[in-house]
Write a protein that binds this ligand. Structure first.
Ligand code: GLV
Ligand code: MN
Ligand code: MN
Length: 420
């Protein structure tokens, strides 16, 4: 097959630039779940699907889907895609690359009227990042039938509940809990690596073997406000000083073991004045590891250490867990098939590597066989506007995904049956 993958990759990169215009913040890319920018990006994605001859629809969770039928209408589908929400001040490739690559795969087939034994479902999930609401991976979770009803009551920083945000987006919040995809044989996601491994080895494309599990918490430390000049140091219950000590405990615990990582990514202080001892500090904790037992041990340990730090400083500590995702081992048959596709199209031994970042694949893997391709990114930088990939690498990733998709019909669905 002589697809013009270079032309498809060029268009994909142009679309990534166009999609990056849809932002909730002036001068930077921030596209939060169910926001105005998310609605605009979803609409644009649907326009591109329609231009490729596909009907597209939005489900009750705000995910966009489009289907390319196989030879027989209603055949089990290979689902391809990723997410179109972003972190704050994001790069333009995280997630968006996978959604647009899925569309490019269909365009490669549709341009020659080629139908496979299986259908292709394209997806642009609405929430992978978990930046707006405390929950994470809401889009794929809902699709996989794993959405917890309690999430509807969660609030964003402005006090808007997820239920209200879904309704404003045009979705039926009550229908989210009843969602569950059907007739999907496998899920494959193309994504930027977000780390430096491929670049350090001068490799354009890699095959993901496993994805780190993650736990996230919101911690609230309550002390007592007081006059910054009048209260002696020994008599203070400074919530921020206590939180700072806790943050260092988080860092030290992660440093104590290989493969374990932990991050405090957001801190809020009350009342936040130069001459007032802080009465309250709120911060987030994100802990990840390739082995669930390792992560759970770190979480248990830290709960004890932070409680002890709170007691020693006579402040109150409340920890609320907002996210828990098990580590996911990518399906061996999908890994093998992706590896073969990379080797056929890239003409070099495929680099197999684990993912430190979380992905929709880890949720979809609880629903159907799943796997991922990684594309090298510049200096491994991600969650940062400096995120970048080259056209050549985008083309290499796309070529492997097209090859995999074509051959997928020749394989039985790896689980032996499609998810019904
Ligand atoms: C998503 O990007 C995550 O891993 O936090
Ligand atoms: Mn992502
Ligand atoms: Mn991300």
């Amino acid at each position: 097959m002589n697809d013009d993958v270079a032309a498809l990759a060029r268009r994909m990169m142009q679309r990534l630039d166009e999609l990056a215009r849809f932002s909730d913040e002036e001068g930077k890319l921030t596209r939060l779940y169910l926001s105005k920018a998310h609605a605009e990006a979803a609409r644009q994605f649907i326009v591109w699907c329609n231009e490729a001859g596909l009907d597209a629809k939005i489900d009750a969770a705000g995910n966009v889907f489009a289907r390319y039928e196989g030879k027989e209408p209603g055949a089990p589908a290979l689902m391809l895609g990723s997410h179109i929400d972003t972190v704050r001040d994001a790069g333009r490739y995280d997630g968006n690359l996978g959604a647009l690559a899925a569309l490019a795969v269909v365009e490669a087939l549709a341009s020659r009227g080629e139908r496979l034994d299986h259908a292709i479902e394209i997806v642009a999930f609405g929430d992978e990042e978990g930046v707006r609401f405390p929950t994470t991976l809401t889009g794929s979770r809902a699709y996989a039938g794993l959405f917890a009803r309690s999430a509807l009551g969660q609030k964003d920083a402005d006090g808007v509940t997820m239920r209200e945000a879904l309704a404003a987006f045009g979705c039926d919040p009550e229908a989210v809990t009843a969602l569950r995809g059907r007739n999907i044989a496998a899920f494959v996601e193309l994504h930027i690596e977000q780390g430096p491994v491929l670049e350090s080895e001068d490799v354009a494309v890699g095959v993901v073997t496993a994805i780190n599990g993650a736990s996230r918490f919101h911690a609230t430390v309550k002390g007592e406000a007081g006059h910054a000049g009048a209260v002696p140091m020994a008599l203070r219950r400074d919530a921020l000083a206590a939180a700072a000590e806790m943050m260092l405990l988080v860092e030290q615990r992660a440093l104590s073991e290989d493969d374990l990582v932990a991050t405090v990514g957001r801190v809020e202080i009350e009342p936040g004045a130069v001459n007032v001892i802080p009465s309250e500090a709120r911060f987030t904790i994100d802990i990840r590891a390739p082995r669930d037992e390792q992560r759970q041990r770190a979480v248990a340990d830290l709960s004890k250490r932070l409680a002890a730090a709170a007691a020693a400083r006579k402040v109150e500590l409340q920890m609320t867990q907002t996210h828990e995702a098990r580590a996911y081992t990518c399906h061996p048959a999908i890994v093998a098939a992706l590896k073969a596709s990379v080797e056929r199209t890239y003409r070099a031994p495929a680099r197999l590597l684990p993912s430190g970042a979380g992905h929709d694949t880890m949720i979809m893997g609880q629903f159907c066989p799943a796997g991922m391709l990684f594309v090298r990114c510049n200096r491994g930088i991600s969650h940062n506007p400096a995120e970048s990939i080259t056209l050549e690498d985008a083309e290499a990733g796309l070529a492997a995904l097209i090859d995999f998709t074509r051959r997928f019909s020749a394989q039985a669905a790896p689980s032996g049956r499609a998810t019904s």
